[in-house]
Unconditional design. Structure first.
Length: 589
């Protein structure tokens, strides 16, 4: 309120905003933009609405998966929060690809590709319409990192919100989720379960909308958004069907408007080397998805911070595992929510000196200060930092002649630390899957799936179908699987992925022959092809790249052609541009 004469006068929103120049003014202010204002009024906006900052509210709403199917509701609550906070929300949507529904067939080529399309599409709308801020709502593996990449690229006031994990189902008194179904498939092929039992589990595993219930890629990336400060602390673990998530969406909208007015913290204030290291520590402490080693460097690339798999490895190596989350433990994300959510994990890491506590959070306060408000470890889902499950973290980066650029393995839940076996080589995921079902795999085999990297795939498919069936057959640790493709966050067993350089880019993976000896040592963090340098040199001379299984058609046209022409190595995030783009600073004509 202000005083005019002897009476109080409440300024209109237009008057409040008159002293502030917003980026969106370029699109809507001044005589020359009268036609634009006519279009805005055609959408139902009045003068006050037009005067306010414009906020893009983007979601991946759609019927592509149970993850995305209810995001419209969450977006509507976020819109209310933005409007209450003094902004004019502008809804739009973007694509999403469901890893779960495209697994095991050619559709998986486009999953990782979708990450780039999502980030690019958000950038295009935001830059074209000159929106002042961005609120992102995602709920599946690739749209989480894609939206964080867009926030870093644009560096406008921004918030990310997880659409929420699914709640588990129950089968014969036990919790079941998507991992259970995949492993029952393996049990069926091994003769330990019937087709009827498999179908019964399938019918119970996903009782309501939401993303995968365990600490798989989606929830790992939701956690990372919290750690980086791009999401409100405590927001990512709220199940999708809980009413609490609606309130969180409204809060996120209001919080974003506070950031707009203060112009702090912006994404590049939040995404720093220290916060990226915090993100890696959280992944390691929770046995999170191996895909984080791909997505964290990609997010760093957007803000111009060189952060490769080497940097990820350094944090993984020093950070203990302190949770019992699926897939390496029995507890799901809804269980973590009941004991306080992600902040409980972060609080324990901070106690042990594994976090940079000075990193800002979304509300501008240091992380260490905010974590004081949260409970300590419950002792079961999250164990005290003084009594970790393992001294090392849940993931490791391996190096050696087979992967000089690095490879990733999830060690959480593994009982053995060494493997030596004979190579059984497959040129694609499909060929390997056929071999597994036909009973070709024997204990001691080092299964090779090559030509599945970012270029060779193209698109770096994930091998979760193969890993789940192997585990269900009881071969999860009696065999090893080595690939230049990637794994699902649900994968477990002796699985080494993201081998760099990939076969299609001249990596040693391309030269492996049937029966070659391969040694993996988790203590030494090494992966070695036990073939002499002389023999390998001779093989390389004879090697000629060949089309595989008709896949070459993928790179001759369409988006796949553009992707292959620009994608970089997995060790640097499999990104498609040089990074560190920045929104133009000028805001007036």
């Amino acid at each position: 309120m202000i005083l005019r004469g002897n009476r109080e006068y409440k300024m209109t929103k237009q008057e409040k905003s008159s002293s502030r120049i917003y980026r969106s003014d370029k699109m809507k202010s001044g005589p020359i933009k009268a036609a634009a204002r006519a279009m805005l009024r055609g959408m139902g906006l009045d003068d006050d609405d037009i005067a306010q900052p414009f906020v893009g509210v983007v979601s991946t709403q759609g019927e592509m998966s149970p993850c995305n199917v209810r995001l419209k509701d969450i977006a509507q609550h976020a819109v209310r929060g933005v409007y209450k906070g003094g902004g004019t929300p502008r809804e739009f949507s973007t694509i999403s690809v469901s890893d779960g529904l495209v697994n095991g067939h050619s559709g998986m080529h486009f999953s990782l590709m979708s990450r780039e399309i999502i980030a690019d599409s958000i950038e295009v709308v935001m830059r074209a319409h000159q929106y002042d801020a961005l609120l992102c709502i995602g709920a599946c593996d690739k749209n989480f990192p894609a939206m964080m990449m867009a926030l870093g690229r644009l560096n406008v006031p921004g918030v990310f919100l997880n659409g929420g994990p699914a709640i588990p189902g129950r089968h014969e008194g036990n919790k079941v989720e998507i991992k259970t179904v995949a492993e029952y498939t393996g049990k069926m092929f091994a003769g330990d379960a019937s087709a009827e039992e498999l179908e019964s589990v399938s019918r119970k595993a996903w009782p309501a909308p939401g993303c995968c219930a365990g600490q798989f890629t989606a929830n790992t990336m939701g956690m990372i958004a919290e750690v980086l400060g791009l999401a409100p602390l405590g927001s990512s673990t709220i199940p999708a069907v809980y009413s609490e998530r609606q309130a969180m969406a409204r809060r996120a909208g209001r919080e974003l408007m506070r950031v707009v007015e203060a112009n702090y913290p912006l994404p590049r204030d939040l995404i720093t080397r220290e916060s990226l290291e915090n993100a890696c520590a959280a992944v390691s402490a929770t046995g999170g998805s191996t895909n984080s080693a791909l997505h964290i460097p990609a997010i760093a690339n957007e803000v111009g911070i060189p952060f490769t798999i080497e940097d990820v490895a350094a944090v993984f190596e020093r950070t203990p595992l302190i949770t019992h989350l699926s897939p390496s433990g029995p507890y799901l994300y809804a269980d973590l929510h009941e004991v306080g959510g992600v902040p409980v994990v972060l609080k324990e890491l901070l106690k042990g000196g594994y976090l940079h506590g000075n990193c800002p959070t979304l509300d501008g306060r240091p992380l260490a200060e905010v974590l004081e408000e949260y409970p300590d470890a419950d002792g079961e889902i999250v164990v005290p930092i003084s009594e970790p499950r393992t001294a090392g973290g849940g993931l490791s980066i391996l190096k050696g002649n087979l992967a000089p650029g690095g490879a990733v393995i999830k060690v959480a839940g593994l009982e053995r630390t060494e493997f030596n076996g004979k190579a059984r080589v497959y040129e694609s995921e499909e060929h390997c899957l056929q071999g597994v079902i036909a009973g070709e795999i024997e204990d001691g085999d080092a299964i090779i799936i090559r030509n599945e990297g970012p270029v060779g795939g193209p698109g770096m498919r994930e091998m979760v179908t193969v890993t789940a069936i192997l585990y269900g057959m009881g071969k999860g640790e009696t065999t090893a699987l080595i690939t230049d493709g990637r794994f699902s966050g649900a994968s477990r067993g002796f699985c080494v992925g993201y081998v760099t350089p990939e076969a299609a880019s001249g990596g040693l993976l391309a030269l492996i022959e049937q029966g070659d000896s391969i040694t993996i040592d988790l203590q030494k963090k090494s992966i070695q092809l036990d073939v002499s340098d002389e023999e390998l040199a001779q093989r390389r001379e004879q090697f000629q790249a060949q089309d595989r299984n008709g896949k070459a058609y993928m790179v001759k046209a369409g988006y796949a052609q553009k992707y292959v022409a620009s994608v970089g190595p997995a060790s640097h995030g499999a990104v498609t541009h040089s990074g560190n783009l920045e929104w133009p600073v000028e805001v007036s004509e």
